[in-house]
Design a protein around this ligand. Structure first.
Ligand SMILES: NC(=O)c1ccc[n+]([C@@H]2O[C@H](COP(=O)([O-])OP(=O)(O)OC[C@H]3O[C@@H](n4cnc5c(N)ncnc54)[C@H](OP(=O)(O)O)[C@@H]3O)[C@@H](O)[C@H]2O)c1
Length: 287
């Protein structure tokens, strides 16, 4: 038995061998923070991202969390390889037969603003990165994951709950992730694979560039990942994680009021005004 925190006690791998965790988009924001927490718990880490220098830095930081773990870095551009099945086989081959207990599908991009102002290339890349890798990496690793008690974490978003003016394609991709993840939760319920769908509002990362405050509704990345890690190690599996209480309130309003009234002009105008104010302000990083 590998000594570690409550998560590795819940998903301990098999035969006393240290289990592996696979994280996409590990070089920044939520994925980076999750990688450090998993390394600290005692998981061997497969770190996947696009930028080799950042990957090497995250690898060093993971080892600093726990000297005993092994790490592998895989540099892959998930927009160019989103539907390249060989890329997923290569990732699978890194861990095949070695005991994977955690998969975090996290890599994502958000281009926002008026549709006509966004390039076709950036929209294509976002649609690819945010969707196919979630399903195809899961397909590639599922046979391994099913051998142990294991966990799949999918980063969707609160943007998945209703259509998103000024983030139209992003919201579509996140609805895709949420539907996929939620269906998988049901499919795998009888197996020993838990699935957690994560649907945060704004978290302070490069993607949003937002300072945590009541005004922006953003929360800090470490605080958000605290919540996510607690949900993962919870003894009663959680199906969907929203985040801190004010994210829950915002999401409830979105889900129960705005999305059910979306066909009515007034609700549409509330959402449209809210989104336009955000994207016309200087707060959103990659506007
Ligand atoms: N931040 C929020 O408020 C928020 C809210 C709801 C949902 N989410 C979701 O949470 C996830 C993480 O978001 P974040 O805010 O942490 O983002 P972030 O700080 O911008 O980090 C994104 C990560 O994805 C990687 N990535 C981007 N494009 C890639 C590509 N083509 N190939 C491989 N890796 C790529 C980046 O790697 P490089 O360093 O190589 O670019 C980076 O490690 C996303 O799925 C996002 O939709 C975020």
């Amino acid at each position: 038995m590998v000594n570690g925190g409550s998560l590795i006690n819940k998903f301990p791998g098999s035969n006393g061998k240290r289990p592996w965790a696979v994280v996409t988009g590990c070089t920044a924001g939520i994925g980076e923070e999750i990688s450090y927490r998993l390394a600290k718990e005692g998981y061997n880490m497969v770190l996947i991202s696009r930028s080799i220098d950042k990957l090497k830095a995250v690898e060093v930081n993971c080892k600093n969390q726990n000297q005993e773990i092994q790490t592998k870095i895989i540099q892959v551009d998930l927009s160019k390889n989103a539907v390249n099945l060989e890329a997923y086989k290569l990732i699978r081959d890194q861990v095949n037969g070695q005991g994977v207990s955690i998969l975090v599908n996290n890599a994502g991009v958000a281009t926002v603003g008026y549709l006509k102002d966004q390039s076709a290339e950036s929209i294509r890349d976002m649609a690819l990165v945010n969707t196919f890798p979630y399903i195809l990496l899961t397909c590639a690793l599922l046979p391994e994951l099913e051998k142990n008690k294991s966990l799949i974490v999918n980063l969707a978003s609160s943007a998945s709950w209703q259509p998103g003016p000024y983030q139209a394609i992003y919201a579509c991709t996140k609805a895709f992730d949420r539907f996929f993840s939620d269906a998988l939760y049901s499919e795998l319920k009888s197996k020993q694979v838990e699935v957690l769908t994560v649907c945060p509002m704004y978290v302070q990362t490069n993607m949003t560039g937002m300072e945590p405050s009541w005004k922006t509704g953003a929360t800090s990345c470490p605080a958000f990942v605290d919540k996510a890690m607690k949900a993962c190690s919870n003894s009663t599996p959680v199906r969907i994680l929203v985040g801190p209480p004010f994210h829950t309130i915002q999401t409830l309003i979105n889900k129960m009021v705005l999305s059910s009234l979306f066909n009515y002009r007034i609700a549409y105008q509330i959402i449209e005004n809210f989104c336009r104010k955000i994207y016309d302000s200087k707060e959103f990083a990659n506007k």
